[in-house]
Design a protein around this ligand. Structure first.
Ligand code: ADP
Ligand code: MG
Length: 446
């Protein structure tokens, strides 16, 4: 049997029928050499997915067929036919009656760094992109600067290129509101409704939290969503909080939001932030040492900020090279200039975000009743830290964590005891928290 047939046979045996049919329709073995196996698939999107999801199966299959590990790459056909692709895209775009929304060309799936913190949202977005209308509505939530808008644009860009018949509209909730107000003022609500209900297949509304407390707009939104859902049109929503945390939102809307697929973008932990910094650096042609990556990661766990720092660093490095000093400067330049999140969130929220990134838990879990070893540790250290370094009263701390006075006192004692006994894990966590706090107060001052 030919090697390539054997590869396909074994690979197929490792996958469910469903996955095979769904993802391997365009798959082929393009080239086999001593040092590299080249596979080919229909487009970049499938390539991305296969690389992510089936690495293990590819590796095992190659090992079984060749008796040793050989690296492999997956190519997408379009990428190999550059000139043709241009033509095709052009033609497809011209075929579109109207371009409903402009998408940022930089915000693509290819440019999106995937890690544990955003995998759920990334996978969900790919799924929805592949079969719009299946998981409805699709709701992404998470903190500021973590790539939610990027994902929406990636979906838009992808559909625009690959499914020109799908009519995609992207608006911010604010624009939705402004359009509606204008329509009411101009007596053109009929047209507004036509635009948002009849003329589109995918509606994306970004930063939906903007509509909190805006009851009239919410009613219009409710009917828009209902209409689209009734017609199996895809709805994609983004928010900085969960559906249920959208206060002053009509319950009927909240329950619509929860009806489909809800995914979260977590705050990246320090390790992941380091990885993101390294990836951005690589893309800018610079290499970061561990210490440099850590320096950047500790200054922020916000992807937007990390990107900003690395871009600045790349710019500075043209003249001054990359070293600890230029890294520090870039960090200071960017972090110092960012309008801090602290302005828009309470001290508790800011602190919980810090804690959540250091302990890899969710902020919302910290004051909940859930008990896991890691959460309990995060709470204990958090309470101790709030007392010792934020100079909060026991009562304040109790209110933050939803615990009574005596359990706050107990927690603080426990942590002190651990420190006295030289518990290095606890010490390190506190050290990182201190650094973050230091960075934060730098931010607020800047
Ligand atoms: P959000 O909408 O969640 O506030 P954005 O999507 O606007 O965040 O992202 C902020 C910036 O960070 C953008 O420039 C975006 O391209 C970049 N970014 C965020 N997450 C990622 C990621 N995972 N990979 C690459 N770039 C990212
Ligand atoms: Mg956004």
């Amino acid at each position: 049997m030919e090697k390539s047939e054997e590869i396909i046979r074994i690979l197929k045996s490792k996958l469910s029928k469903k996955s095979w049919e769904m993802w391997f329709g365009t798959f082929s073995v393009k080239e086999i050499s001593e040092t590299l196996i080249t596979f080919s698939v229909g487009n970049i999107f499938i390539k991305d997915w296969l690389n992510q999801k089936y690495h293990k199966q590819f590796k095992e299959t190659i090992k079984e067929v060749f008796g040793r590990n050989i690296p492999y790459v997956i190519e997408d056909e379009l990428a190999n036919e550059e000139p043709k692709r241009e033509k095709k895209v052009e033609r497809l775009i011209r075929k579109r009656p109207v371009v409903y929304s402009e998408f940022n060309k930089e915000y693509t799936f290819e440019n999106f760094v995937v890690g544990p913190f955003n995998e759920e949202a990334y996978d969900g977005t790919l799924e929805v992109t592949k079969t719009p209308g299946k998981m409805n509505p699709f709701f992404i939530y998470g903190g500021v600067g973590l790539g939610k808008t990027h994902l929406l644009h990636a979906m838009g860009n992808y559909l625009l290129q690959n499914s020109p018949d799908v009519r995609v509209m992207y608006v911010t909730a604010e624009k939705f509101m402004n359009d509606l107000i204008m329509a009411i003022r101009n007596n053109s609500t009929q047209e507004f409704r036509k635009n948002f209900r009849e003329k589109i297949d995918v509606l994306m509304i970004d930063d939906i939290q903007f509509l909190m407390g805006k009851n009239g707009i919410q009613s219009e939104l409710f009917h828009t969503l209902n209409h689209l859902l009734d017609h199996s049109k895809q709805i994609v929503l983004c928010s900085d909080r969960t559906p249920t945390q959208l206060s002053e939102f009509q319950p009927r809307l909240v329950s619509r939001f929860q009806m489909g697929l809800v995914v979260k973008v977590y705050d990246p932990d320090v390790e992941t932030s380091m990885q993101i910094a390294r990836t951005f650096a690589q893309r800018n042609g610079i290499l970061l040492s561990n210490e440099m990556a850590r320096e950047i990661a500790l200054s922020s766990n916000n992807v937007r900020t990390i990107k900003g720092i690395v871009t600045k660093l790349a710019f500075k490095s043209m003249k001054e090279g990359v070293n600890e000093k230029t890294v520090m400067k870039a960090v200071k330049d960017i972090v110092g200039n960012i309008p801090t999140m602290k302005e828009s969130v309470s001290e508790k929220e800011a602190f919980f975000q810090m804690l959540s990134s250091v302990f890899d838990v969710l902020p919302a879990e910290l004051d909940a009743k859930i008990r896991t070893a890691n959460l309990s540790r995060a709470r204990q250290v958090g309470m101790y830290f709030a007392r010792k370094y934020l100079h909060k009263t026991f009562a304040d701390i109790g209110a933050w964590f939803g615990r009574d006075h005596s359990s706050v006192v107990y927690s603080c004692k426990k942590v002190e005891e651990s420190l006295r006994k030289g518990n290095s894990k606890v010490r390190e966590k506190i050290f990182i928290l201190q650094k973050l706090l230091h960075k934060q107060s730098g931010e607020s001052a800047g």
